[in-house]
Write a protein that binds this ligand. Structure first.
Ligand code: CP
Length: 313
């Protein structure tokens, strides 16, 4: 049996080997099938710190922590001493001092976690950091739950044709998914407004117009148009976007029989995806959210094991 993954922190998918990804998927599928959770002889205290808005990731991590038997300490960034100017490091040092040993953090700054994990010998912070999304950088838990959802449908990645469609420039989900999917052997295509495709993505795949790829793809990953991250918003018409780049009912009818649609959420209904397709047979939107809890359990467990938390079983 493959040894279970052990990590000090879970920050990015960039250093994961394929067999480690497969191990995480296996473990998440085990939890999903009702497999027993590990028993800990000492309590493990965790905190979820979301400095950017979130529904899925925040609640899903909290559900995963509860299912694993962790004690979650409430933290509200809007009423915390961050608003008095306390740094992220000092905030975590405070929580660590009162007994918290795991922090799930979402932050608008790319690689915010460097200051929390690259410590000098005067710094005493001793916490596992799990990245719940950093700016336009990485979203490891969304990426891994996406891999689990694709694996559940096809049983493999090699040779699958995957289109990533929409606001590529601003998407940490796209950046994480394209890298891991390519590493796992899938073939990546990009679509949506061409101005959101840049040379940064060329090593992963080419740009193709949505109408030219729709009947060829096994997986279509739609991205939310992230208006809040656009520096200068050109006049945006939801109807025009939907008709030119969105997954319309007409395009849905042209998809391969076994193909699936994914979307990390939140969905702009009628923009990236026709509202009536959100729960259509090919949509895996709800499955992704369901799988997220079990994948996050596997990720948290990897950090618990890496740091030797919870005492002896
Ligand atoms: N997919 C995702 O990150 O959703 P939330 O922003 O609601 O967490």
């Amino acid at each position: 049996m493959q040894e279970r993954l052990k990590l000090q922190h879970f920050l990015t998918i960039k250093k994961l080997e394929n067999d480690q990804v497969e191990g995480l998927i296996d473990r998440a599928e085990y939890f999903k099938a009702g497999g027993a959770v590990p028993e800990f002889s000492q309590p493990i205290y965790a905190v979820n710190m979301f400095f950017e808005n979130s529904t899925r990731t925040h609640c899903s991590f909290e559900m995963a922590e509860r299912k694993l038997g962790l004690q979650t300490i409430p933290f509200d960034p809007t009423t915390s001493s961050v608003n008095k100017g306390e740094t992220l490091y000092d905030t975590l040092l405070s929580l660590n001092s009162i007994g918290v040993s795991l922090a799930v953090v979402r932050h608008s700054k790319n690689e915010y976690y460097n200051e929390l994990v690259n410590l000098d010998n005067t710094q005493k912070l001793d916490m596992g950091i799990i990245n719940a999304g950093d700016g336009s950088g990485q979203h490891p838990s969304q990426c891994l739950l996406d891999m689990m959802t694709i694996h559940e449908q096809f049983g493999h990645f090699k040779g699958l044709k995957v289109a990533i469609v929409g606001d590529l420039t601003n998407s940490r989900v796209a950046r994480s998914d394209m890298r891991l999917l390519k590493q796992l052997g899938a073939k990546i295509y990009f679509s949506g407004p061409e101005y959101w495709y840049s040379s940064e993505f060329e090593e992963f795949g080419n740009y193709v117009k949505v109408d030219e790829l729709i009947d060829q793809m096994d997986v279509i990953i739609l991205l939310r148009v992230q208006h809040e991250r656009h520096q200068q918003e050109v006049a945006f018409s939801p109807t025009a976007y939907h008709s030119e780049y969105g997954l319309t009912v007409e395009r849905y009818a042209r998809m391969k029989e076994n193909a699936i649609i994914m979307h990390p959420g939140p969905i702009n209904r009628g923009v990236e995806l026709a509202s009536e397709l959100v729960e259509a047979p090919k949509s895996r939107f709800s499955t992704q959210m369901k799988n997220g809890v079990f994948m996050r359990m596997a990720m948290i467990e990897a950090v618990i094991n890496g740091r030797g938390l919870g005492g002896k079983k």
